[in-house]
Design a protein around this ligand. Structure first.
Ligand SMILES: Cc1ncc(C[n+]2csc(CCOP(=O)(O)OP(=O)(O)O)c2C)c(N)n1
Ligand SMILES: [Mg+2]
Length: 318
């Protein structure tokens, strides 16, 4: 990986970590309401996947702040969205789980586990019909692979040879349920094997994720059809802010935190450059928080906007 790419990768990971720490703090202070799912520990995977797939459509789940940042959506507009402000990326109406920005080819954020997977299949079908240069990526957790629609999506994408990367973030938990309790095996790639080629990667190693997603992207670009990536990862926090994480032992958490993706990249950078990037990320997040605290709430008169189609509806995919 080139020096500049590595620095961007590192910067965005640290930006993501600082963003999440600030979001956690402001959730506890009551500035953010609703649900808040933190990506702390999984930033290497989120950032490297977006960096390696910079020119396609992305569909993802509710644990998406860091992916949205890596996609190029500003920290300010994401923080504003978390704070429910009119200047948020979704106008303050979506909140944490519904970051949506077609101008960055980023279609959420979805609260329904697995619900976005068939949407990505539909988008990939559209891109194929349009003979578009770029494909589609759909990111989901291990728990989502237990949904029936996941298999329908694998089947349909494979049958139609769609340009689609299925990226499974296997952190081994669906809220407090270990994958081993609800599944006969713990490798999610096995579920996709009858349908398409599969790749497995250490999701705590951002450089390895970057290389694997690049390989998958080359594959779909060549018209070979879909491909499945399983990235083994680990979240440092509870499932959401309302989960005390009591189902994982201190020993299990130590093993998890020893794999910190940010610490893994640090030695590859010049120490002064690293310190400067960290400082810059902290500054960017502090400015985003300051902005969000002062930003306006949506006007009451707009309460029913965006519910029904008004004055002609625009297709999100152009
Ligand atoms: C259809 C549906 N069922 C259940 C839920 C409740 N729920 C929210 S997150 C979650 C766990 C999903 O785990 P996973 O897909 O592994 O993602 P992770 O949170 O680990 O990133 C569940 C069961 C939901 N939101 N939608
Ligand atoms: Mg999971």
């Amino acid at each position: 990986m080139e020096k500049l790419q590595l620095e961007t990768l590192y910067y965005t990971m640290v930006l993501g970590r600082q963003f999440e720490l600030a979001a956690k703090e402001h959730y506890m202070q009551g500035h953010i309401s609703g649900f808040l799912h933190l990506d702390i520990g999984q930033e290497g995977l989120s950032v490297a996947a977006m960096q390696a797939f910079a020119h396609g459509d992305v569909f993802t789940t509710y644990r998406e702040h860091v992916m949205a940042l890596a996609r190029g959506i500003s920290a300010k507009s994401i923080m504003d969205e978390l704070f429910g402000k009119a200047t948020g990326v979704s106008g303050g109406r979506g909140g944490s789980m519904h970051l949506f920005d077609p101008s960055h080819f980023f279609y959420g954020g979805d609260a329904i586990v697995g619900g976005h997977i068939p949407n990505a299949v539909g988008c990939a079908y559209a891109r194929k019909l349009q003979k578009a240069d770029n494909g589609v990526m759909v990111v989901f957790g291990d728990g989502a692979t237990n949904q029936g629609v996941f298999y329908e999506s694998l089947n349909n994408a494979a049958a139609q040879k769609l340009p689609l990367i299925f990226l499974c973030e296997n952190n081994e938990y669906a809220i407090g349920t270990h994958i081993g309790r609800v599944c006969p095996f713990t490798e999610m790639a096995k579920k996709a094997e009858p349908f398409m080629p599969t790749l497995s990667v250490d999701g705590m190693d951002a450089v390895a994720v970057y290389e694997t997603v690049t390989e998958a992207n080359d594959f779909i670009q060549k018209g070979h059809g879909p491909i499945f990536i399983e990235a083994h990862t680990c979240r440092f926090e509870g499932h959401s802010m309302s989960d005390a994480n009591r189902y994982r032992s201190p020993q299990e958490m130590d093993i998890c935190k020893d794999q910190d993706p940010i610490e893994k990249i640090k030695p590859l950078l010049d120490s002064q450059v690293e310190a400067n990037l960290t400082e810059k990320a902290k500054q960017e997040v502090a400015e985003a928080v300051e902005f969000a605290l002062k930003a306006p709430e949506p006007e009451l008169s707009t309460l029913t906007d965006h519910i029904f189609c008004q004055g002609g509806c625009h297709h999100a995919l152009s």
